[in-house]
Write a protein that binds this ligand. Structure first.
Ligand SMILES: [Zn+2]
Length: 500
């Protein structure tokens, strides 16, 4: 609730904790509802089933999905009509190629047509900014939320952690006012049993405060963006020690090898990575044996080449998802832009029936440094872009401590207005002494290796030698720039009725 942020910022610390708890009350009630526990129990039972049973579950779920979108989702009703298909034509996963591949850009340009006409009142609209700031609204309901939470909880169980244990979160919430210069940089959500640490105050000046806080809260589990956890891990390491935690769950960005090393060594515990996205169409989770599983009861995954044909195991292709969870805004054969490959060796010692897949995108990005020394990770900066739907891309360029350039490639909508509000928000985040300038361009800045990072910085790297490709993005994604275009891919020819 962004409108209440100023009031929250003004509240005394104990009141902040109450507000945080109150703000989380509805979510907590949903998260641990009876429905949640039932879903979790089902999931824990399903993962013991043989691969054949999972396949049958997938086919059933696909049939249910297809019949739902045909009856209720305008985009698909038209799409089926123009392809002369009926739901009965899609019986199993093998029939999926009859439907076209969908790009993120198509969904972005006509997202309202993907919303089910039987969506009830309790739907929530959120935004995902993608890696380069092209915003997409996503709509879901409470049922999808609870299911999604159960899938997340199952991974906790893999780590031997009960879903209701206390945790430390380093996510995007603004839990302390940006101009705060002394602790606390954290707040408590008592009902949720969650301590939220600010990711906007991490700096060498405040390093000791963070280290002391963690040292006084050992043996919990942590969750957050890998870039942020790696900085904290680095702080703990520099302070000459480690703080033992039960496990660390990373999400929201690729987890680079160097970041993983810093986190495991600082917190003396395993890291469980996961890859998902706000669209809730697909999920990849790391098991206790350190392998990445495509969660095949969450949705369907195809790995396809540029022409939409499947690529063999061991070769890189686009990850193309069909989700079973979100019936309010269902997406079928959704090519988000990320790449990956099926593992050649599909045997994991954990024995679960979920195939092994290797996401290969390494979303590298620098950090922004505020004049007061705070280090802002790509995910902290990403928060500024979440509800901006008018950018094709948006990046941040820092060449000196006191200047930042916002580089925007406009798409549909009022990009100038959005750019102005991002500029103002960034000034609030970095402090008024920073000169922020908006520059419009016709294509995003690209590194020599072709990657398109959110932040370019020539004053530091702060990234260490992060070179491997063991990754996991999430909560956003979609490299829809680079001319992937608006077309719907092979066999389709369906476009939006109206834009926006
Ligand atoms: Zn495994």
């Amino acid at each position: 609730m962004p409108g209440l942020q100023p009031l929250y910022d003004l509240a005394p610390y104990p009141v902040k904790n109450i507000l945080t708890t109150a703000r989380g009350y509805v979510l907590t009630r949903m998260r641990y509802s009876q429905l949640f526990w039932r879903h979790l129990q089902e999931l824990l039972e399903r993962e013991k089933e043989p691969a054949g049973a999972i396949e049958e579950y997938q086919n059933e779920s696909l049939r249910r999905l297809v019949s739902h979108v045909y009856d209720h989702v305008p985009f698909y009703r038209r799409s089926f009509a123009s392809l002369r298909l009926l739901p009965s034509d899609i019986r199993t996963v093998r029939d999926l190629p009859l439907l076209p591949v969908l790009t993120r850009e198509t969904v972005r340009s006509c997202w309202k047509e993907f919303i089910s006409d039987d969506a009830g009142r309790g739907t929530v609209r959120v935004f995902t900014s993608g890696t380069t700031g092209a915003g997409l609204p996503v709509v879901y309901d409470g049922d999808a939320y609870i299911k999604n939470w159960a899938f997340r909880a199952r991974q906790k169980v893999w780590a031997g952690i009960h879903p209701r244990e206390w945790r430390i979160s380093l996510l995007g919430s603004r839990v302390a006012p940006l101009d705060r210069t002394r602790p606390p940089f954290w707040t408590y959500n008592y009902l949720e049993r969650q301590i939220l640490l600010s990711i906007f105050h991490i700096s060498s000046d405040y390093r000791q405060h963070y280290v002391d806080f963690l040292a006084s809260h050992p043996n919990l589990f942590m969750e957050g963006f890998p870039s942020v956890l790696a900085i904290l891990g680095g702080f703990v390491g520099e302070a000459g020690g480690h703080v033992a935690m039960r496990a660390v769950f990373t999400d929201g960005e690729p987890l680079q090898a160097e970041a993983r090393r810093k986190i495991t060594s600082a917190f003396s515990c395993p890291v469980y990575d996961s890859y998902g996205m706000t669209e809730w169409v697909g999920l990849i989770q790391e098991c206790e044996k350190g392998r990445h599983h495509f969660i095949s009861d969450y949705g369907l995954l195809e790995v396809l080449d540029d022409q939409g044909d499947p690529v063999p195991a061991g070769e890189e292709g686009y990850l193309v998802w069909t989700g079973f969870t979100n019936m309010t805004m269902p997406l079928i054969r959704y090519r988000i832009g990320d790449k990956g490959m099926w593992e050649k060796d599909q045997a994991c010692p954990c024995g679960r029936p979920f195939p092994l897949v290797h996401p290969t995108i390494t979303r590298d990005s620098d950090y922004l440094i505020a004049p007061d020394g705070r280090i802002l990770s790509p995910r902290a900066i990403n928060q500024l872009l979440k509800d901006r739907t008018s950018f094709r891309s948006c990046q941040f360029v820092q060449r000196a401590r006191d200047t930042v350039e916002i580089r925007v490639v406009p798409g549909d909508g009022d990009a100038a207005k959005d750019a102005k509000s991002v500029k103002e928000a960034l000034e609030r985040m970095l402090g008024r002494t920073v000169a922020v300038e908006v520059v419009f361009g016709d294509k995003p800045l690209q590194r020599k290796n072709g990657k398109i990072p959110l932040i370019f910085s020539s004053i530091q790297t702060g990234r260490g030698e992060e070179t491997t490709s063991v990754t996991t993005p999430a909560s956003s994604a979609g490299q829809t720039i680079n001319g992937e275009g608006n077309s719907i891919g092979s066999g389709g020819g369906v476009t939006c009725n109206n834009r926006g």
